[in-house]
Design a protein. Structure first.
Length: 117
């Protein structure tokens, strides 16, 4: 499975960006797709995940500002980011977790999001 992320960039405080990720290869129908981010000097953290069944999970600081969505037929996941803050600046990584045996986790290459003040 390969993940290709796109959509990062430079935006001013309060602006919006949309990240997209497409999974290719043999993608199990039961999976969790999501986004993580890593800021300089910090460890990677969860931003949002969405199961193939439609259950979502958000990190507290992005609730109400970010929305995760997916298209199961196209194996894509998107992250709409609104009201961006400087602390959202990070490299964002797309992730897919295969929930059937054998379980596996896959990562995209990362896309830079920079929020300038």
């Amino acid at each position: 499975v390969q993940l290709q992320a796109s959509g990062g960039g430079l935006v001013q405080v309060g602006g919006s960006l949309r990240l997209s990720c497409v999974a290719s290869g043999i993608v199990a129908s039961i999976n969790v797709m999501g986004w993580y981010r890593q800021a300089p000097g910090k460890s990677r953290e969860l931003v949002a995940t969405l199961t193939s069944g439609g259950r979502s999970n958000y990190e507290d600081s992005v609730k109400g500002r970010f929305t995760i969505s997916r298209d199961n037929a196209k194996n894509t996941v998107s992250l709409q980011m609104n009201s961006l803050k400087p602390e959202d600046t990070a490299v964002y990584y797309c992730n897919l977790v295969r929930e059937v045996v054998p379980r596996a986790s896959y990562w995209g290459q990362g896309t830079q999001v920079t929020v300038s003040s």
